[in-house]
Design a binder for this molecule. Structure first.
Ligand SMILES: Cc1cc2nc3c(=O)[nH]c(=O)nc-3n(C[C@H](O)[C@H](O)[C@H](O)COP(=O)(O)OP(=O)(O)OC[C@H]3O[C@@H](n4cnc5c(N)ncnc54)[C@H](O)[C@@H]3O)c2cc1C
Length: 319
């Protein structure tokens, strides 16, 4: 039994883990150069050396028993740590946010830099298309990417799934990264809002980090939507000035500044959880099917993997 998963974010990797537990061989495809999706880490060469910026999710919660157990294992393995600055139940990856995902990817066949543009089904087997190349065959296909991006892949095969994906509505988030030659002072390392900032985080103060002074400043949806067409330099200038207002004094010129526009930053979400069409072996998971947070994305992928395993076991038992 071979499964293809499109998207190596936390939802795709959670599904891959659940399928591996059911003896399904998984190949993950991701268009990015690294794994992690919106939990990825941007490594940047700065005048103060290489810095790893956690420019997507800043932290995650672990409230459901299943995800708490998963996070406890990451903690025991040294790739996640509590981060009390963001709240009693807040966690981060160590030494970088994507560390738990790298850990999950271990042992899976992961093909990076591979944007899948179409799915086809020939003689009950799945093929994945990337421009003129074709990968496969696979017995099952799982689409673990934001709803807006999933819709065209699903549309030829399951109209109900495609309709759910077309109804997904994600809001953008601008995230600005700054490195400084000196410390910005002894103020808080984690600041929540007010608008237009969601979070400002002193990255070097997070557990497991030992890098020069650097900050990530994330703007809320309304501001990000209003500034969607701005260039990186403009966004950096504006969010740097917001950082000054938050810490209460002028911020020195950064020695490095960059911004990331997350087009599908956070979905409105739904109560569907995951989607699975057992007749054709096609599934979908991700935060857009639940709530726009790490914990919910993991639960969606994990539940889909478990549902596929249960369906396969039922078929095997009935044979
Ligand atoms: C700036 C920001 C801050 C956030 N802060 C928090 C927070 O503090 N706490 C929290 O819990 N959550 C936060 N979130 C949300 C959290 O990051 C997401 O809910 C979660 O990471 C979603 O995981 P996912 O696997 O569903 O999707 P993603 O992480 O988006 O993974 C999808 C993957 O699919 C790949 N992909 C897309 N299309 C294709 C294609 N055609 N072919 C191949 N690969 C493809 C992408 O490259 C990506 O790697 C934040 C998100 C952002 C953007």
């Amino acid at each position: 039994m071979r499964a293809a998963i499109i998207g190596a974010g936390i939802a795709g990797l959670a599904c891959a883990d659940a399928l591996r537990a059911a003896n399904v061989a998984v190949t993950l495809f991701d268009k990015a150069r690294g794994i992690g999706g919106r939990m990825s880490t941007r490594r940047a060469a700065t005048p103060r050396g290489e810095i790893a910026f956690d420019h997507g999710a800043t932290h995650f919660t672990a409230r459901s028993p299943a995800f708490r157990a998963r996070v406890a294992r990451w903690h025991a393995e040294g790739c996640a740590a509590p981060w009390p600055d963001a709240g009693q139940d807040a966690w981060i990856g160590v030494p970088t946010m994507n560390a738990p995902l790298k850990h999950m990817a271990d042992g899976h066949d992961v093909r990076l830099g591979t944007a899948i543009t179409a799915l086809s089904r020939v003689d009950d087997r799945w093929f994945l298309h990337r421009e003129k190349e074709r990968r496969g065959p696979f017995d099952l296909a799982v689409v673990a990417i934001p709803g807006e991006q999933a819709a065209p892949l699903l549309s030829l095969h399951d109209f109900g799934m495609a309709r759910a994906a077309m109804a997904a509505h994600s809001r953008p988030i601008w995230s600005a990264m700054f490195a400084f030659r000196q410390s910005l002072g002894n103020g808080p390392d984690f600041i929540r809002g007010p608008a237009p900032v969601i979070y400002a985080v002193r990255g070097n103060a997070r557990p497991g980090r030992a890098e020069p002074e650097h900050w990530v400043v994330q703007a809320d949806w309304s501001w990000s939507e209003a500034h969607l067409a701005d260039d990186q330099a403009t966004v950096c200038d504006l969010l740097l000035s917001e950082l000054g207002s938050l810490i209460g004094h002028a911020v020195p010129e950064p020695c490095f500044a960059a911004a990331q526009r997350w087009m599908f930053g956070q979905p409105a979400g739904s109560e569907l959880g995951h989607l699975w069409n057992d007749a054709i072996g096609l599934g979908a998971c991700g935060d857009w099917l639940s709530h726009g947070f790490v914990e919910h994305a993991w639960s969606s992928g994990n539940a889909l993997g478990a549902a596929i395993a249960a369906a396969r076991a039922l078929k095997a038992g009935g044979r």
